[in-house]
Design a protein around this ligand. Structure first.
Ligand SMILES: [Zn+2]
Length: 115
């Protein structure tokens, strides 16, 4: 997520909450809090996802500049086997999906999914 998207997203949330407030004039503090939280969770999930992708979605294996991770037991480079997407549950309850290259250790055959 770039800065512009981030700004757009937060402005959207701000106007959504204002709008919601117009409709729910008698909302209690707890209700407002819930409403704000619900929207912040979405923002948090997106930020989490983009931050994680930036730091960790490093390509490795064929056609990549990055070195392959090592098997922690055998200390040999893993061979890339493809990509997998896994869904992670964020703190606020939002789901973040991350795509990672995963590989096999050519020595012990163990599969790894570097985090
Ligand atoms: Zn190994």
């Amino acid at each position: 997520m770039n800065e512009e998207e981030w700004l757009q997203k937060s402005q959207q949330i701000l106007s959504d909450v204002k709008e919601w407030r117009q409709v729910h004039k008698k909302a209690t503090f707890v209700e407002i809090e819930e409403e704000v939280h619900r929207r912040m969770v979405q923002l948090e999930a997106q930020l989490l996802q983009s931050a994680a992708e930036e730091s960790e979605s490093r390509e490795w294996g064929r056609g990549s500049d990055h070195e392959a991770p090592e098997c922690p037991r055998c200390h040999v480079a893993l061979s890339a086997k493809g990509k997998k997407t896994r869904a992670l549950q964020g703190n606020g309850g939002a789901t973040v999906s991350l795509t990672r290259t995963y590989g096999n250790c050519p020595k012990c055959g163990q599969s790894f999914f570097p985090s």
